[in-house]
Design a protein around this ligand. Structure first.
Ligand code: MRU
Length: 362
């Protein structure tokens, strides 16, 4: 298939695959099904908003920016597939698609952000002929995707400036090319460093329960020739205590106005350990992930997912005794006091974050 990664060190270390793309010829949204990685690289082709919602909920596409992009195309498909003949009918189908997509996952603010952009575009263009309205929606979704690629490239440049040659870096979850239009957020400095001979050694937390670190981060970094070692989540303290890590790089799903940050479950523990060992903890955030309307971390909605993801998914047999409950919050909140800097496309924000975020958004 066309998106198979290349192996070994390449001058262009940036990933060759595209996690989310829209195919003009067929009118299909093409996603790399991330539930099958690393064993199989399969593209799924979606033509309806309900299919996009299913792909987002099941984590076939995941990562805050990528689900925003997928949702934007899902909204476009909702209007494009409408059988209605008049604008009011199309508007109803479009609104229903947006509502369906918005409810798919609650924590990453990019999902609602991207849909809001699509809704505004719809309102601005709805008096035009149907073909022009659809073309405008398609352009908006394409724009969200293209902007994300550029944003990630800039985050990579800004993040790399904080790192030194030969450093050991610890990552949690996957905030790479699979989670964005290209490059990633937290992995973007690593790709740029790889191209420029920085010789990073990356420790990827496996990230229970869904193993985004082991399955996805390790897959895409290894494919790009980066020196990557997977560790179980409970080994992070050991590798930090052994002076193998000089910085922790993570992405995020929502940053509150005071800098509190939601990211994959386990991030909080990593931040606490990094603080204990005096290791800088860098959060990588496109401005689309900053929610200025959210005062602090306590207001961030945290997704709770099915128990079966903890008790049996990814394993051939049940891992816990039948009848025993499992608790499965998908994200946690790292208080701003544990964060050394927030790396955005517009620069690096340092404490006090409240002021820095306000200035950066302005
Ligand atoms: O549940 P997931 O896999 O969607 O969680 C993803 C993360 O927590 C990422 O770190 C975050 O979305 C940033 S992706 C650039």
């Amino acid at each position: 298939m066309s998106m198979a990664p290349t192996h070994g060190t390449t001058p262009e270390a940036r990933p060759a695959f595209e996690a989310v793309r829209f195919e003009d010829d067929t009118g299909e949204l093409c996603l790399v099904d991330q539930t099958l990685l690393p064993g199989e690289v399969r593209t799924i082709r979606l033509v309806e908003a309900a299919q996009v919602r299913e792909a987002i909920y099941e984590l076939r596409v995941r990562g805050a920016p990528a689900i925003g992009i997928a949702a934007a195309y899902g909204a476009y498909l909702g209007a494009r597939r409408s059988a209605a003949r008049d604008t009011a009918g199309i508007e109803g189908d479009f609104a229903a698609a947006c509502a369906l997509l918005r409810a798919a996952r609650p924590t990453a603010v990019n999902l609602g952000w991207a849909l809001q952009r699509m809704e505004r575009r719809f309102q601005a263009e709805k008096d035009r002929p149907q073909s022009e309205l659809l073309a405008a929606l398609r352009r908006e979704a394409d724009g969200i995707r293209a902007e994300d690629e550029e944003v990630c490239r800039r985050i990579g440049e800004n993040g790399l400036a904080l790192l030194g040659r030969g450093w050991g870096l610890l990552t949690h979850c996957n905030a790479g090319a699979l989670a964005t239009a290209r490059y990633g957020t937290a992995l973007a400095p690593i790709y740029l460093g790889q191209e420029r001979g920085y010789g990073f050694r990356v420790f990827a937390d496996e990230t229970r329960p869904l193993l985004q670190g082991a399955r996805l981060t390790a897959w895409e970094l290894h494919a790009a020739g980066v020196d990557v070692t997977v560790i179980c989540d409970n080994m992070a303290a050991t590798v930090m205590s052994q002076h193998r890590v000089q910085a922790v790089l993570v992405g995020c799903d929502r940053v509150a106005a005071n800098g509190d940050t939601a990211n994959k479950i386990g991030t909080l523990g990593v931040a606490i350990i990094a603080r204990h060992y005096g290791i800088p903890f860098y959060v990588h955030a496109p401005l689309s992930t900053i929610d200025a309307a959210c005062p602090d971390g306590s207001a961030i909605p945290i997704e709770e997912r099915p128990e079966a993801e903890v008790t049996e998914r990814w394993y051939r047999q049940r891992m816990t005794p039948p009848g025993v409950r499992a608790y499965n919050p998908a994200f946690d909140v790292t208080p701003h006091g544990l964060i050394s800097a927030i790396v955005t496309e517009r620069g690096v924000i340092v404490p006090p974050f409240g002021e820095g975020i306000k200035a950066t958004l302005a």
